[in-house]
Write a protein that binds this ligand. Structure first.
Ligand code: HPA
Length: 234
């Protein structure tokens, strides 16, 4: 057991998908994994272990935002020995070249959060993806002809902002989209020398206001699940 996960030793696979929404963890377990068993229901933050193409894989909800996602990721790494972590989530598009339903693979994550900066006084540590996972995810997505972008994303602490100017300025520097978890995942990957990647489907557009329907979100979510699972078992 760890503080927020009630799984016993050995119940969590060393490869894991991390959706923010715990009900998405349930969806993945029920639709993509065989023989899935629920190992966590503490705070309703569901976690399951099953098999995908014969490989043991877990899927764990993380909640929204870096404080929550950081807790689950760190406990999974430190207490359960997880070695490959792939976030599967959503982001708001910032680039005009990125559209709703596209896939965004975060090569790196710029962040305004103190959660990374506080550990490196005087430095700006760049949280970056694991290259092997990144390359695999990109290859799988391209093979399936999913519209996919690779680049920087913005990991924010706040979903609602008083002033969007700094966010839009980052778009001018090629930042593809905004979400709330990748930077802490990449920081923890570096801290514990494990592999981490964040893949997002674009759910809305911060500049054009494009949005997806619930059904479209579900379908593109399935495409992302496929990419995430193929990546994590590689
Ligand atoms: N910010 C804005 N739009 C979004 C986000 C976010 O963190 N996630 C999904 N759409």
């Amino acid at each position: 057991m760890s503080v927020h996960i009630e799984a016993k030793a050995g119940e969590v696979a060393d490869k894991i998908l991390l959706p923010g929404d715990p009900l998405r963890a349930k969806f993945i377990a029920e639709n993509f994994l065989e023989d899935a068993v629920c190992y966590n229901n503490v705070r309703g933050m569901l976690g399951y272990t099953g098999t995908y193409k014969g490989e043991r894989v877990s899927v764990q909800g993380t909640g929204m935002g870096m404080p929550s996602a950081g807790i689950y990721a760190q406990e999974l790494i430190q207490s359960y020995g997880v070695k490959k972590l792939v976030r599967v989530g959503t982001c708001g598009a910032l680039s005009k070249d990125v559209h709703v339903r596209d896939l965004v693979i975060a090569q790196s994550a710029v962040t305004s959060s103190s959660m990374v900066a506080k550990h490196f006084p005087g430095f700006h540590f760049p949280p970056i993806a694991d290259f092997e996972l990144l390359q695999k995810a990109y290859t799988v997505a391209k093979e399936k002809e999913f519209t996919t972008h690779v680049g920087n994303v913005l990991s924010e602490d706040t979903f609602y902002k008083d002033d969007l100017d700094p966010t839009f300025r980052l778009a001018e520097y090629g930042v593809l989209g905004v979400e709330m978890e990748a930077a802490i995942l990449y920081y923890l990957g570096a801290k514990f020398n494990v592999q981490a990647l964040a893949i997002m489907t674009v759910s809305d557009h911060m500049i054009t206001g494009e949005e997806t329907t619930a059904e479209e979100r579900q379908n593109t979510f399935k495409d992302m699940m496929y990419v995430g699972l193929e990546t994590v078992i590689a």
